[in-house]
Write a protein that binds this ligand. Structure first.
Ligand SMILES: [Fe+2]
Ligand SMILES: [Fe+2]
Length: 249
């Protein structure tokens, strides 16, 4: 099918999760204490500064090298996006400084609250992993599935319910840029994701993003609300370990 129709199909699939994201954000972040706000800001800072500003440098390699400048549009988008995400990292850090949680943004790099909880680590590393695929898979899994079809609902909910202006402004100040990143996802998928093979991989990437994002939200909410991470199943019950495979056969 055409890239445009593929996008529409994905948009329809994302609707329930988008709604759920908005509702759970409104419910979880409407009455945050200062300590809870710090946990939220620090976890979200992690995806902007260490992940997008540093680990996800392999995203550049997803754009094919073309001597005629065929992919100049995608290169310009990515330059702009990485600049924006670095700035978002500064927004979270500045709010932490203004609230008196830390003295400088340097402290966040080693602060326990900024260490990603398991579901969040899983999601953020998935985004980095997407940099190993064709750029249409990256843009479907990140800019489309997340920033176009679900993340705006988190921002919208946060802007509506967070009462502390210093914390709320961080979300308000990202709105236009995140909307632009979402539009890039739609543009790249519509223009470049045209073949069946590309669309199959793109659909897998989008669905993986949604699944991991849902799990990340559960762990984040638990950490922010209760100051605890979600308990993981004991390793001995892991199906992969039930019947260990031995070299001797
Ligand atoms: Fe961002
Ligand atoms: Fe973004």
């Amino acid at each position: 099918m055409r890239g445009k129709d593929f996008f529409r199909e994905m948009e329809a699939l994302a609707k329930p999760l988008a709604k759920q994201t908005y509702e759970s954000t409104c419910e979880s972040y409407s009455s945050l204490s200062d300590d809870q706000a710090f946990r939220l800001l620090a976890q979200l800072w992690f995806i902007e500064a260490p992940v997008l500003g540093n680990y996800a440098r392999n995203w550049w390699n997803t754009i094919p090298r073309d001597p005629t400048g065929k992919y100049r549009d995608v290169e310009m988008f990515l330059s702009r996006q990485l600049y924006d995400e670095s700035r978002h990292g500064k927004l979270y850090a500045d709010a932490c400084i203004r609230k008196g949680f830390v003295q400088s943004d340097q402290e966040l790099w080693t602060h326990p609250y900024a260490k990603p909880v398991p579901g969040w680590l899983n999601f953020t590393m998935w985004l980095e992993h997407l940099g190993g695929f064709n750029f249409t898979t990256l843009y479907a899994g990140e800019q489309m599935a997340s920033e176009c079809l679900t993340f705006p609902q988190l921002l919208k909910g946060a802007i509506e319910v967070i009462k502390d202006p210093i914390v709320r402004w961080v979300f308000e100040a990202q709105w236009d840029e995140e909307a632009f990143h979402g539009m890039m996802g739609r543009y790249v998928v519509t223009k470049y994701c045209q073949s069946q093979v590309q669309q199959d991989e793109a659909a897998w990437a989008a669905q993986t993003t949604w699944r991991l994002l849902g799990e990340a939200a559960i762990d984040l909410n638990k950490f922010i609300k209760d100051g605890d991470v979600t308990p993981r199943p004991a390793i001995k019950n892991d199906p992969a370990l039930r019947k260990p495979r031995r070299l001797s056969g």
